[in-house]
Design a protein around this ligand. Structure first.
Ligand SMILES: CC(C)(COP(=O)(O)OP(=O)(O)OC[C@H]1O[C@@H](n2cnc3c(N)ncnc32)[C@H](O)[C@@H]1OP(=O)(O)O)[C@@H](O)C(=O)NCCC(=O)NCCS
Length: 164
């Protein structure tokens, strides 16, 4: 199993993975809209030579503060085919994606997701508390990549495809 960057040739298989993982099409449609809008920061797949088992996407997210935009990332969605879950693939995808976001110079990563899962990778609701966003509560979490980036308050602006 290899974690690698997604390529356009993977796109049909990625759609199938996401649809199976979420048991609906909404997240697959979101991924395609983010690509169409040019808002994808990075996208990885978990794959063997013959098939894809998992996928993750990070999109551009801006934190606006005193008129100054801070470039950050939104992690969404992450999916692993049900048959291949609980083998560490989701974690491998998240670690690879987080590392790429740091390389790209993102100040922070924001995620809306399972409150028991993402803290394993350093995300916390406490880190997101300073942010003014369409979401809040235990599922709305952040990971600071640049020290102090989330200390001051700021308004979170998601990519257009999220519709929030
Ligand atoms: C979430 C997901 C990507 C994790 O993939 P994975 O390859 O199983 O992840 P890992 O093997 O790295 O980690 C498995 C752990 O995640 C936990 N986990 C999975 N779904 C969870 C959930 N809904 N709430 C809390 N923990 C969850 C499992 O309990 C497991 O814990 P364990 O290690 O103590 O057994 C996968 O379950 C999935 O595709 N789910 C459907 C789509 C989805 O919900 N995506 C995330 C949206 S926030």
């Amino acid at each position: 199993m290899l974690i690698r960057d997604a390529t356009p040739r993977d796109f049909p298989a990625i759609r199938a993975v996401i649809r199976h993982a979420f048991d609906r099409a909404d997240e697959a449609n979101l991924v395609e809209q983010l690509r169409d809008d040019g808002d994808v920061l990075c996208e990885f797949v978990a794959a063997t030579d013959v098939a894809l088992q998992g996928h993750i996407l990070y999109s551009r997210l801006t934190i606006v503060r005193d008129g100054e935009p801070l470039e950050a990332a939104a992690l969404a969605p992450v999916s692993v085919l049900p048959h291949f879950q609980r083998r560490g693939l989701g974690g491998d995808l998240i670690r690879a994606g987080n590392a790429r976001c740091a390389e790209l110079g993102c100040a922070a990563i924001i995620v809306l997701g399972h409150a028991e899962y993402y803290p394993r990778f350093g995300f916390s609701a406490a880190a997101a508390e300073s942010l003014e966003a369409p979401f809040s509560g235990p599922h709305f979490m952040a990971l600071e990549l640049k020290a102090g980036a989330l200390k001051a308050s700021g308004r979170v602006r998601y990519a257009k495809a999220f519709g929030v």
